[in-house]
Design a binder for this molecule. Structure first.
Ligand code: PMV
Length: 361
């Protein structure tokens, strides 16, 4: 599909007002996206687990404006309170998607949003937040154009979410989603995320992700600054090649169910992402001492017990501890006894692989 296929045709229906509520999850990348070209086109393909517990719920109400104006009109509430500082991000998002949703200027919108995970937990809400909003907007378009197919609906929601925050395009469906063209993955695209439909071994069913909140502060580096640091980065070319190779390996791993190889690729991806930040100019260390304590404890436990527990990291200090459901009893005990002590205020979230976004109302 090309970008132009997401331009809207003439709408067959008129609409005065209405309301939609969508619940959309966060996701955690196994093969990381870090570095992009213009218009949110990724430099390399990525694959993620869609999460289940960490999500955003967004209600979008819309009513036809009395007078046509050429500026966007919306109010924004977070946890029931007006949230002025989120508005510029939404404004930029609307600007980027305006040509794909020509009705944006015809309505006044009220956006009410909340997250299931604790406020300022250091967990990025851009993926769940932007995907939830994109889904509400495409739902409006489906009312205006009732012939829209379900497949087109899902693609367009992911396409628009990508323009809000790249990784948000991987939050529409579950349970594994690929974004970015890759030779071995049919249908993969730079424009939207696609559900990974090749063979997946039962070892990955219900895979667990316990998120250890090591540092709940504001992100030290925003992801847009981070992606920009890959322009002219001395290791950029090699990194993009590495991600492609790792995705090829992941296709085999998902098929075979080889958990040792899974851990090796996933941990190497997390550390490569952080290595890119340590070797850019300016450079950043986003891990905290407790991030390293946790990683070393995981490695020691794995060596001593042979259990298949590994970690991944986002562009921050929190640790996602990944493990199969079949080993979850022992591993969860280890997390509680030995890792939670390194979390800020002992906080962590028990999440697992999820099925994707849901229309609530
Ligand atoms: O979607 P963005 O622009 O916030 O970038 C997310 C980048 C990482 O979370 C670090 C990796 C990924 O693939 O999700």
């Amino acid at each position: 599909m090309k970008e132009t296929q997401f331009l809207s045709k003439e709408y067959s229906q008129a609409l005065k007002q209405g309301k939609f509520t969508w619940e959309s999850p966060s996701n955690i990348a196994l093969i990381k996206y870090w570095g992009k070209r213009e218009n949110q086109i990724p430099e390399n393909p990525s694959i993620s687990f869609t999460l289940d517990v960490c999500k955003t719920i967004t209600t979008l109400s819309f009513s036809k404006k009395n007078k046509n104006s050429n500026h966007f009109s919306f109010d924004l509430f977070f946890d029931g309170k007006p949230k002025e500082d989120f508005k510029p991000k939404i404004q930029t998002f609307f600007k980027r998607i305006e040509s794909y949703l020509p009705f944006l200027n015809d309505y006044h919108f009220i956006i009410e949003t909340s997250n299931s995970f604790p406020h300022s937990s250091g967990i990025a809400s851009s993926a769940s937040g932007m995907s939830a909003l994109a889904l509400c907007l495409v739902s409006i378009e489906k009312l205006l154009d009732p012939e829209m197919t379900n497949e087109y609906f899902t693609r367009k929601a992911s396409f628009l979410a990508r323009l809000g925050s790249g990784s948000a395009c991987r939050s529409i469906e579950g349970d594994l989603v690929v974004w970015g063209e890759h030779d071995e993955i049919e249908g993969s695209s730079d424009l939207f995320g696609v559900k990974y439909s090749d063979q997946v071994h039962d070892n990955f069913k219900n895979f667990q992700d316990t998120i250890l909140l090591v540092d709940k502060g504001e992100k030290q580096v925003s992801s847009s600054v981070g992606h920009n640091l890959m322009h002219g980065h001395p290791f950029a070319k090699k990194r993009f090649e590495q991600a492609n190779t790792n995705l090829s390996k992941m296709v085999e791993i998902l098929k075979s169910g080889n958990l040792d190889s899974f851990i090796e690729v996933v941990e190497s991806e997390a550390l490569s992402l952080h290595a890119m930040m340590m070797t850019s100019l300016p450079y950043f260390i986003l891990m905290k001492p407790n991030t390293l304590e946790i990683i070393n404890k995981i490695w020691k436990f794995r060596k001593e017990t042979g259990f298949h527990v590994g970690f991944t990291l986002d562009a921050g200090a929190n640790v996602h501890v990944l493990y199969p459901e079949s080993e979850s009893e022992k591993i969860y005990k280890f997390i509680k006894n030995e890792l939670v002590a390194y979390c800020q205020n002992g906080q962590y979230i028990c999440d697992k692989i999820g099925k994707g976004a849901k229309l609530l109302r």
